[in-house]
Design a protein around this ligand. Structure first.
Ligand code: BGC
Length: 760
């Protein structure tokens, strides 16, 4: 079907046909309307590879699916901070989906990592909304350029798995807008995903799948979303209110039950047919785009090329946390003891709906053996099996210690067993299994020249970080992570990943510790704006490794930053970065802003822009970072809108959130916020009002001078006029009774004057 005219078709369809379009035909297909030539289109997971099930369906990753390239999950990809790389991975995902006739790939997932305990953090990009939004948009751009739609998920505030189908995320307006919606806004405005997937949970008591504020006012009216809203699989609570709210397509099939409810609601007048028409038209629009895009790429899949891209992406996902004394990169002729089960059996993706059936799977042990010219021994070190005995554990440890003592370097692979993190449930702690920590102690005692390589989807506590000279955070790296790990260990790839989430010292330090996962199906986001590094910085807490941190085998020097406001009102920051080492490398240059003395509560600094650049040894390059004016705005509950506060912003150009290299001040003209005065406005607000302010100030000054003896009573330094600032003007009369006092007529007159329409 080509040239599907969604509006014309909507007019031709019967009421029943329109209703039928708004729910799935099966687990993965939307419904066709054969009478008018509308085909069934397929949507499938996502996000870091294609999970196209051969038959049937489940949303837990249980059933078999066609082989596809398993790229690194978002936890890895995000650590590259590289827009171009994520666009290329998105492109490859689009190619694979297109070859398999999949119209929509269910991803990317960009929810904020609010707590390290969230079982699904491996599927998300960051604790920061700009990182999530910018990188999420890159994936969407890549996929959609291949004629395959993205599904931006899970909209919104789905930051835990515990009770995810009922729990209400109770969030104040500022953090909701500034932390939890900002990334979604960025992706919608910059990349127009074909679909947005509403989440299971409730937000401030209302199911995302039936929230008109979320799905219509915010998503469509404010952000200009033009695509279709699809439910997460099984997220529909009440279908008819969902249609009214703007939830177009229910997935998977409801076996016709909710279609009949919609028809009945139109017939009895409780649902306006035009509302159903809008939902049906959006489904048809999606089918139209899918049909146009179909066949953009023809098979067969170039398995080798995509595996090579997966390897490149995996190497770029690895974060070198620590490298004392230059233990890394390893010499090719070094005698190595490779220790730990993960070296042989990689943990390369997380459990649940995102599980890909990979086209092939590399282990780090194979990769190391292939790259090394020296002796490589392997010891399993520990067992992840639940029924492992104490004797077996001791024997595995002894074997590892023997291997480590005879080697130049011990490379120990530690990580979370798959059962500890998954979609559908959260973790209880952030600790590595005790047997692994014991093993590491024993190996370190035998050979201090030890490198730790981590495999984990959510952050883990690193109590050994002071005792181990080198640590590589290997996250979950997808099917080619084994080779990529070897590339980084031997320096064939210079590591350049940086943390998109803080590694805390202990769970008790984390921002949501006292408010996670909530109780009785309510979770209060009590930390407000102070998520991730915003929390640790505000409270000046020590962390294991800060947000934005990541080392390289080379070093970078930063020049003095310069900043100015450009014609669009954005801040352009320019800085020269030099590779001061002896090998090529990449640096992620970060820009954070703050507004000292600002009127509203703000984090110490917030990331606003970043760039990943490659530099040859000795090379210097100018880097320009653009901080969008819109990203300086806070959400002002008084006007229910974004407001840029005026003032002198500090822009920190940094190698991490705690490694500021240069700071530049840039003056920003604020938005004009003139609030109407009312009797509950304070005297302070009246004094600051642009029209009546001077008048009120003069009146207060006069009043103060008339109050003889005040100075004699007041302790020295107490400011009597300041004491009055928070009095509501409507009550001023009470305190100034008698002749010359403030009458209610005077207050009314003042309010009328303040609120009179002003000349533009
Ligand atoms: C997950 C989604 C996924 C869907 C389909 C749901 O349980 O939350 O991320 O896309 O299933 O498998």
């Amino acid at each position: 079907m080509t040239d599907l005219d969604a509006s014309r078709l909507t007019a031709e369809l019967t009421l029943e046909e329109k209703a039928s379009l708004t729910s799935g035909a099966s687990f993965w297909y939307a419904k066709p309307v054969p009478r008018v030539g509308v085909p069934a289109v397929m949507m499938t997971d996502g996000p870091h590879g294609l999970r196209k099930q051969r038959e049937g369906g489940d949303h837990l990753g249980l059933g078999d699916s066609v082989p596809a390239t398993c790229f690194p999950p978002a936890v890895g990809l995000g650590s590259s901070w590289d827009v171009d790389l994520l666009r290329r991975v998105g492109d490859a995902l689009g190619v694979e989906a297109s070859i398999e006739n999949v119209a929509v790939l269910l991803g990317p997932g960009i929810n904020i990592k609010r707590s390290p305990l969230c079982g699904r953090n491996f599927e998300y990009l960051s604790e920061d909304p700009i990182v999530s939004g910018v990188l999420g948009a890159a994936i969407v751009h890549g996929m959609q350029a291949r004629g395959v739609g993205a599904s931006l998920k899970h909209f919104a505030a789905n930051n835990q798995e515990n009770d995810r189908m009922r729990s209400s995320s109770d969030i104040d307006p500022r953090p909701l807008r500034e932390m939890y919606l900002r990334g979604f806004q960025r992706v919608v405005e910059d990349a127009q995903p074909w679909t947005v997937m509403c989440s299971y949970n409730r937000i401030n008591g209302v199911y995302a799948s039936e929230d008109p504020w979320l799905l219509t006012r915010v998503l469509r009216d404010e952000w200009g979303f033009e695509g279709l809203v699809v439910s997460d699989w099984g997220a529909v609570n009440e279908r008819v209110p969902g249609v009214k709210a703007g939830m177009d397509l229910e997935m998977p099939s409801s076996n016709g039950v909710t279609d009949a409810q919609i028809v009945a609601a139109v017939n009895d007048g409780t649902l306006d047919e035009s509302v159903l028409d809008a939902a049906a038209r959006r489904v048809l629009d999606l089918v139209s785009k899918a049909t146009e895009g179909a066949g953009a790429v023809s098979g067969p899949l170039d398995v080798d090329a995509h595996h090579a891209l997966a390897r490149e992406a995996a190497a770029r996902s690895i974060v070198l946390l620590k490298n004392d004394g230059g233990v890394l990169p390893l010499a090719k002729d070094a005698a190595l003891a490779v220790i730990g089960e993960f070296a042989e059996k990689p943990r390369y993706q997380g459990a649940g709906s995102s599980m890909i059936n990979p086209t092939r799977l590399d282990s780090a042990l194979e990769g190391i053996r292939a790259a090394s010219g020296g002796e490589v021994s392997y010891a399993r070190g520990f067992s992840n099996a639940l029924d492992v005995t104490a004797d077996e554990t001791a024997a595995l440890r002894d074997e590892a210690v023997a291997a480590a003592s005879g080697a130049d370097v011990a490379v120990v692979f530690l990580g979370l067993p798959a059962r500890l993190e998954s979609e559908g449930y959260d973790r209880d702690d952030i600790d590595l299994p005790a047997a692994q920590l014991d093993l590491l102690d024993a190996v370190l005692a035998a050979n201090p020249n030890t490198v730790v390589v981590l495999s984990n989807g959510g952050v883990v506590a690193l109590p050994f970080r002071g005792r181990v000279p080198a640590i590589l955070e290997g996250w979950l790296l997808g099917q080619a992570g084994g080779g990529a790990t070897a590339d980084v260990l031997f320096g064939d790839v210079n590591p350049s990943g940086k943390l998109t989430e803080t590694i805390p010292l202990r769970l008790e330090d984390t921002p949501a510790y006292l408010d996670f996962p909530g109780e009785f199906s309510h979770v209060r986001y009590g930390e407000g704006l102070f998520v991730g590094y915003r929390w640790y910085d505000a409270r000046r807490m020590e962390v294991a490794f800060p947000f934005g941190h990541g080392l390289s085998y080379t070093t970078f020097a930063y020049g003095d930053a310069e900043g100015a406001v450009n014609a669009d009102g954005d801040i352009e920051v320019r800085v020269e970065v030099t590779n001061t080492g002896d090998r090529a490398g990449r640096e992620v240059v970060q820009a954070y802003t703050s507004l000292p003395g600002g009127a509203v509560q703000r984090p110490v600094r917030e990331l606003k822009a970043f760039a990943s650049i490659e530099l040859q040894p000795g090379e210097t390059r100018p880097v320009t970072l653009v901080v969008r004016r819109a990203d300086l705005a806070y959400w002002d509950i008084r006007v229910d809108g974004w407001v840029v506060e005026g003032g002198e912003y500090m822009v920190d150009v940094a190698a991490s959130s705690r490694d500021i290299r240069s700071t530049v001040a840039v003056a920003i003209t604020g938005d004009d916020v003139v609030l109407p005065l009312s009797p509950t406005s304070s005297i302070g607000e009246a004094m600051a009002h642009p029209v009546v302010g001077p008048m009120v100030q003069a009146a207060i000054a006069q009043m103060m001078s008339g109050m003889e003896g005040v100075e004699a009573i007041m302790p020295e330094g107490v400011d009597a006029s300041k004491m009055m600032e928070s009095f509501p003007i409507g009550r001023a009369g009470m305190f100034t009774a008698g002749e010359g006092g403030v009458s209610s007529e005077m207050i009314d007159g003042l309010i009328a004057l303040a609120n009179a329409p002003r000349q533009a």
